[in-house]
Every structure is written in structure tokens, then in C-alpha cells.
Write a protein that binds this ligand. Structure first.
Ligand code: 4NP
Length: 155
């Protein structure tokens, strides 16, 4: 059985594609790519079809991580698989998902899994241009998330 992990932010060009790439690398390194599918989406439509933001691409490249994919919106089908993990980058993304699709048994905020971070919402680098800081926060959350999923799923 495979598990899907869907990271969700607003535009799907900065934070959630960064999380997708970081988490995919961790999954690959753990030899779990056949067991864990990784994806990302946005709640907004402005950037649908675009590649990740240059700031996201740059920071990933600096850390030797490949970026891929094009922006898309979250759809109802993403939210109907109870076995998926839906990982919001910040509370406003979570609220938007709840408002639009109702509750999901595995809807979480990424930084609730973080071990080091002092904040619980990933700030939006689209406005703050703090891509390196966001990279560190997202990496922290992804490490904890993978540990949790491995434990939950017996992987
Ligand atoms: P993201 O960043 O949600 O991390 O992808 C944003 C990208 C675009 C916009 C807002 C946030 N925007 O308003 O266009």
C-alpha cells in the first residue's frame, strides 16, 4: 500500500513545492519512494501551470535538491482519501482547506512535526524573500513528519 503526502500552501510556487522537493529527497534517501507518494498544491489559482518561484528553485539547488512540477490547485479528490496526509504550511492554508472541503482525518500543519522551530506557521517567502530561513523551517518539519509517518505506517 502506498501513502500520499500532499503539501498545501497558497500559490503552490514557494513553500509547498519546496516541501515537496525536500520531502521527496528524504523519502528517496530512506528507500521509501515506492511506498510514499509526494505531491503539492495550492488553494489559490493565480500561478497554476507555473514552475516553482526562482527563490525556491535557487535555495533547493544550493542544497543539492532537484525541484520539479508545476503549480496546481487542490481539488476535492485530494481530500477524499482518508489515508493521505494533508500537510498545510500555515494556519491560513489549513483554515482554507477546512472551509472548502471540510475536515480530513489527517490534516496537519507542517511545523507541528518540527523539533527545532520556534514558530508553527511557515512564513510566506513570496512576500518576505527569506527563502533560506523557510528552507530550514521546512526541512525541520519534514524530518519530523517522515519519522511520524514511518512510525504510523510501519515503514
Ligand atoms: P506560496 O507563496 O503560497 O508559498 O506559493 C505565494 C505565492 C504567490 C502568492 C502568494 C503566496 N500570490 O499572492 O500570488
Amino acid at each position: 500500500m502506498t501513502v500520499t503526502v500532499l503539501f498545501v500552501c497558497l500559490g503552490n510556487i514557494c513553500r509547498s513545492p519546496m516541501a515537496e522537493s525536500i520531502f521527496q529527497k528524504m523519502v528517496d534517501d530512506a528507500g521509501l519512494s515506492a511506498k510514499i507518494n509526494v505531491d503539492s498544491a495550492g488553494t489559490g489559482a493565480w500561478h497554476v501551470g507555473e514552475r516553482p518561484h526562482p527563490g525556491t528553485r535557487r535555495v533547493l539547488q544550493q542544497h543539492g535538491i532537484r525541484s520539479n512540477g508545476r503549480a496546481r490547485m487542490v481539488r476535492a479528490a485530494d481530500m477524499t482519501d482518508p489515508a493521505s496526509y494533508i500537510i498545510a504550511m500555515a494556519i491560513d492554508n489549513m483554515d482554507e482547506l477546512l472551509h472548502r472541503f471540510g475536515d480530513h482525518p489527517r490534516l496537519f500543519r507542517l511545523l507541528d512535526f518540527a523539533l527545532e522551530a520556534k514558530v508553527r506557521d511557515v512564513p510566506d517567502p513570496y512576500y518576505e524573500n527569506n527563502f533560506e530561513y523557510v528552507f530550514e523551517l521546512v526541512s525541520d518539519g519534514c524530518r519530523g513528519l517522515l519519522t511520524t509517518i514511518r512510525r504510523n505506517e510501519g515503514l
